[in-house]
Design a protein. Structure first.
Length: 333
């Protein structure tokens, strides 16, 4: 593959169509196309082409047994990829698709082991971002796509982040602007009698339970592996330290005294020590805005070459559950 990655921002309706035709042709030829979704940018390949899908693992440096989510244009394609679909999964699809929800379901026999990591299930999602939707319609099939970052790193929420990490490894990057949700989809295991949230994300557990009128189950030993649940993930180079409420100023002072360059991610810089080795990165107080800005903030920590980033966990309700989950994984050794 050439070392150029073409970055295209679909613009007017006419150029959109030409861009999508070109992107779809690349996918049909077994090439990789990065595209925006409402959660994070994805690194896409033709889900029906195992050689193409293998290129994703190569580009990301990701272990081959980690399953990929197959993205679909609409819920009508659900039965093409999954079987034995429980009624509650159809209701979740009807309520939250297009949107940041991934359903884990028994796979149809044709779904490649390269996509599922050898599992007998497949992850399916219908994204709501208009560029993702246009690409899926132009392509006509399923697009296998993980987040478009190097393995274990922070997911990209801007086209520039994809370029920074995967320049040359991806043929085309569709630039759809900043992602509106900012954290990945909620992954729901829909293979059992009740849904089980394997990864909290853009659709809250509260919303799922409200729609279904039943409580979600808890993951057990028998639940499918979801390597996004690895303890350390979504991590910047810097050490991330979770600080108890009200402790940012004190912790910052300790880190500065130890000679480290410190980033503080918080809604306000009030009370923080004034020091040229301290970088304040504003994280909005509102949890939805916080989700949107989180990965950008973590990237900023590394860009400024900070040694340590200090942050408080949000309240773990609504989208705060997903933000706290990502911060814990970023902080895990
Ligand atoms: O929002 C998202 O979900 C983004 C966008 C691009 O759609 N995608 C994403 O993909 O976050 P990825 O590969 O970075 O994370 C997907 C997670 C992985 O932890 C994978 O192990 C899990 O989903 N997964 C996929 N298929 C699975 C399956 N059949 N069983 C269990 N876990 C599965
Ligand atoms: Mg990922």
């Amino acid at each position: 593959m050439s070392d150029a990655s073409e970055v295209i921002a679909p613009g007017t309706a006419a150029s959109d169509e030409a861009v999508m035709v070109k992107a779809a042709a690349l996918l049909h030829a077994g090439r990789l196309v990065a595209f925006p979704t409402e959660t994070v940018y994805g690194l896409g390949a033709d889900a029906a082409n195992p050689t193409a899908v293998a290129r994703i693992f190569q580009a990301k440096g990701r272990p081959a047994d980690h399953p990929l989510i197959v993205h679909l244009a609409d819920a009508q394609q659900l039965d093409d990829w999954a079987r034995d679909i429980p009624d509650y999964a159809r209701r979740l699809a009807a309520a939250f698709w297009p949107g940041p929800l991934t359903l884990i379901l028994p796979r149809q026999p044709h779904v490649s082991d390269v996509v599922t990591g050898g599992l007998d299930t497949v992850g399916l999602r219908v994204p709501s971002h208009p560029v993702a939707h246009a690409l899926l319609v132009a392509f006509g099939g399923g697009i296998a796509a993980p987040s478009a970052n190097r393995f274990g790193r922070v997911s990209p929420t801007r086209a520039q982040h994809v370029l920074d990490e995967l320049r040359g490894a991806v043929e085309m990057i569709l630039d759809g602007g900043p992602c509106s949700v900012g954290v990945e989809s909620t992954i729901v295991d829909a293979t059992g009698p009740a849904p089980v949230v394997l990864r909290p994300g853009g659709v809250t557990r509260e919303a799922i339970e409200r729609v279904l009128g039943i409580a979600c189950g808890e993951p057990t030993e028998a639940s499918p592996r979801a390597p996004g649940r690895l303890k350390s993930h979504y991590a910047p180079e810097a050490t991330v330290e979770l600080v108890p409420r009200g402790g940012l100023a004190k912790h910052a002072a300790v880190e500065l005294a130890a000679g480290r360059r410190v980033a503080v991610l918080a809604p306000s810089a009030a009370d923080l020590p004034v020091d040229e080795r301290l970088l304040f990165i504003r994280l909005p107080a509102d949890v939805e805005a916080q989700a949107r800005e989180l990965y950008l903030a973590l990237r900023e920590v590394d860009r400024a070459r900070c040694d340590v980033a200090l942050v408080e966990l949000p309240d773990e309700k609504g989208l705060g559950t997903a933000v706290a989950d990502r911060l814990r994984k970023a902080a895990a050794p």
